[in-house]
Write a protein that binds this ligand. Structure first.
Ligand code: FAD
Length: 382
């Protein structure tokens, strides 16, 4: 049986970011096992939005670390378009409090008025919004390219990455996880096994007695032709109609859903890879009433991905269950922007630091990680 200091299961953004960060910290004997190809899971479906508008301060700080990483790292497809979030009257106080808390962390963010938003976003109906926040350094990047970037950095640091290598099970010895068994029967030993397998993580760790509250939900995305050239507009997060909109290279619009009150459970290996009729109808209604100034919009295509969500919509990052096992999963639709920080933090923890905020045990303790200023009707924003 071959053996490595760290074996990472999952070659998505988080597994690759952790691999790269471990090698930066001098842990070079790292093996990443990916069942298909790098970035082929949730990462390949990501909308890639970068914003720091979170009510959990640590998450906002991690996203801010992400902003600086994306700005400083060429070739990741990051476009600094700015980010606008708008709320209705019931959430105005929460928005103001969140903006104040984010500013304390150093995030570049301010409140802006209706006229400012009109000037940035043609065709937008704003009268049912009470307040807006603006992050000039927000925008969107390319999750797949970012994942490849981490993979390349990990390889340069000495890590090995095996694609088309599914892990069938964790291997335990005594009270510890001591490695993994591959689908072809081979065993690989490990000082630490990191499970960063996105929506597939729950099934992998369950036989080791770890009850991971991570479930897959389906999230359709619609691509639209706006009917006229819009130029560079900021990412717009509409917390009244519960949708988000960003531009695609080439001028099309990517329209996502922010209504997670009635999520659609999914099997991450078998789900409908497009928006269905009811979703398209809802999306058309919401978009049409929010952008009456874009009457010639047409939906061009759609696809769907799976979020790996936890009960508090925050990730699990840390040791879990038997010694030797470390989990980084449950990124709940936020994992792109925080991926640089996730790699750094996980590598720090694997090499000895205690960073308990994202511990698995918070759920059993009844202490979920929640926003100090949650949004009524959009609490999953976190
Ligand atoms: C539709 C959509 C839109 C999103 N939009 C945004 C956004 O705008 N901004 C943002 O910050 N985040 C966004 N996210 C979230 C972000 O993209 C994810 O949190 C992130 O990509 C997850 O990375 P991951 O490495 O945890 O998981 P994945 O990318 O799913 O990687 C897990 C990998 O593990 C592999 N694997 C699974 N089982 C095994 C096994 N047994 N053996 C070996 N390998 C295995 C899989 O093949 C996969 O490649 C979005 C996600 C989706 C789905």
């Amino acid at each position: 049986m071959s053996a490595h200091e760290v074996v990472i299961v999952g070659g998505g953004l988080e597994g690759m970011s952790i691999a790269a960060a471990l090698t930066r910290r001098g842990v070079r004997d790292v093996l990443v096992l990916e069942r298909r190809t790098i970035g082929s899971g949730g990462t390949g479906k990501s909308s890639g939005i970068v914003r720091c508008h979170y009510g959990v301060p640590l998450l906002a700080a991690m996203a801010w670390e992400g902003v600086r990483f994306f700005e400083d790292t060429p070739g990741l497809g990051f476009r600094r378009t700015g980010y606008v979030v708008g709320v209705g009257p019931e959430n105005e106080a929460a928005l103001r409090a969140n903006v104040a808390a984010q500013a304390v962390l150093g995030v570049e963010v301010s409140l802006i008025g209706h006229d400012d938003v009109h000037a940035m976003w043609p065709g937008l109906e704003t009268k049912d919004f009470a307040a807006f926040a603006y992050e000039p350094r927000g925008g969107h990047g390319d999750a797949y390219r970012t994942c490849q970037h981490f993979a390349e950095a990990a390889r340069r640091g000495g890590a090995r990455i095996l694609q088309h290598t599914p892990v069938a099970a964790l291997v335990t010895g005594g009270d510890r996880v001591i490695g993994v068994r591959l689908a072809d029967g081979r065993r690989v030993g490990a000082g630490t096994v990191v499970v960063a397998a996105g929506a597939w993580s729950t099934a992998l760790v369950s036989p080791a007695g770890v009850d991971l509250p991570v479930r897959a939900i389906r999230e359709p995305i619609v691509i639209a032709d706006p009917g006229r050239a819009l130029g560079e507009v900021p990412v717009f997060s509409d917390l009244v109609s519960l949708q988000y909109v960003r531009t695609e290279p080439g001028g099309r619009l990517l329209i996502g859903n922010s209504d997670l009150t009635d999520p659609e459970p999914a099997d991450p290996d078998r789900y409908l890879n497009r928006a269905d009729g009811p979703h398209l109808e809802r999306a058309a209604g919401r978009f049409g009433s929010r952008f009456p100034g874009l009457p010639d919009v047409s939906f061009v295509t759609s696809y769907a991905g799976c979020y790996d969500v936890t009960p508090d919509f925050n990730p699990i990052i840390g040791p879990a269950g038997p010694d030797g096992l470390f989990v980084a999963a449950g990124f709940s639709g936020h994992g792109f922007k925080i991926s640089p920080a996730v790699g750094r933090m996980a590598a720090e923890m694997i090499t000895g630091a205690a960073l308990p905020d994202f511990r698995l045990s918070r759920f059993a303790e009844g202490r979920p990680l929640t926003s100090a200023h949650p949004y009524a009707g959009a609490g999953e924003m976190r």
